[in-house]
Design a protein around this ligand. Structure first.
Ligand code: MN
Length: 326
């Protein structure tokens, strides 16, 4: 990957707007704040803005910038990080930028940049920013703020180095970031601590989880429960991970009562589940997918079909499913 043009374009522009995706995660916040820190530390006279939605739990990495004057963008270089398609870019003013560069690690379906730096095999966009940074060790600078951001993006997208795809490069950059001042304890504390409300809701999930005959673990969080525990819908939805790693259950599902629908988050470490989600009008990856159901009445069917999928998987017979009513 030749980063020459990326460095050249950064040098060329006085104003640089860095964009992220909707519902930003740790890698989004990490790559945005990391790149911003590199540019501002190396070229202190440049104006650099980070633009995506605000996420309270990630503000320890830096706040998003509040840009009200749209004119700023017309002479700006736009750099979009960690965002596979243009529809997913949170701030639509990327369209106003003079030139656009994409830096990403998702499967390529939309090369929306004038220049595109994509590595589908690198486990985090934050690591791609590291690769750029360490290509020019004499020229580029970063402080501990950038190191914290990029380290956070790395561990959140790899779930603490737990997934395949983690390799020598991953650990090399992680080590170099620690050397540059990334504070692993500070980062872990900020990522791990949660509200008492969430802790209590977790016990509710464990208490009420059900398991089907063939081994689908599932739990339901209705609107009433979410309001009772006073957590956000996203906080509630994140609890799908609680149902993972049950030896008897290769598939697990969390049903979440959003204001207008029941969202289904389904995960697997056994059979592919995306076609099941697709049959219900949803979609996703082979081992992580989702769908929306109109009401709780449909949940029963979804559980039944999931159970059938696991039965087929365990007996090694093909599973077929037609389009379902949602
Ligand atoms: Mn990512």
């Amino acid at each position: 990957m030749d980063f020459g043009i990326l460095l050249k374009k950064i040098k060329e522009y006085d104003t640089i707007a860095i964009f992220g995706h909707i519902r930003p995660d740790g890698d989004c916040y990490g790559s945005l704040n990391g790149l911003k820190n590199i540019i501002m530390t190396t070229f202190p006279t440049k104006r650099v803005f980070c633009l995506t939605s605000h996420v309270e739990s990630l503000t320890f990495l830096g706040k998003m910038d509040d840009v009200t004057d749209d004119e700023i963008f017309t002479n700006a270089l736009g750099i979009v990080c960690d965002t596979s398609t243009r529809e997913r870019i949170a701030d639509k003013r990327y369209k106003l930028c003079k030139e656009l560069i994409k830096v990403d690690h998702h499967i390529v379906i939309d090369n929306y940049g004038n220049y595109n730096f994509v590595d589908e095999n690198i486990p985090a966009t934050s690591l791609l920013i590291c690769r750029f940074f360490f290509t020019y060790p004499e020229e580029l600078k970063m402080t501990s703020i950038g190191a914290n951001a990029l380290y956070t993006g790395t561990i959140t997208d790899t779930s603490n180095f737990r997934y395949r795809g983690v390799n020598l490069e991953t650990f090399t950059y992680a080590g170099k970031l620690v050397e540059l001042g990334a504070d692993v304890e500070y980062i872990d504390h900020n990522l791990s601590c949660e509200s008492l409300r969430t802790t209590k809701l977790k016990t509710f999930v464990y208490r009420t989880l059900k398991v089907t005959k063939n081994g689908v673990a599932y739990a339901k969080l209705t609107k009433t429960i979410i309001n009772h525990y006073n957590v956000t819908y996203d906080e509630a939805a994140s609890l799908v991970t609680l149902l993972s790693n049950i030896k008897e259950c290769p598939v697990w599902i969390l049903f979440i009562g959003y204001p207008k629908e029941v969202r289904v988050r389904i995960r697997s470490n056994g059979p592919d589940i995306n076609m099941l989600a697709e049959a219900y009008g949803g979609g996703g990856h082979q081992k992580a997918a989702g769908a929306s159901l109109k009401s709780w009445f449909k949940v029963r069917n979804f559980v039944k079909d999931s159970d059938e999928l696991v039965r087929c998987y365990k007996q090694n017979i093909p599973y077929k499913i037609g389009k379902k009513e949602v």
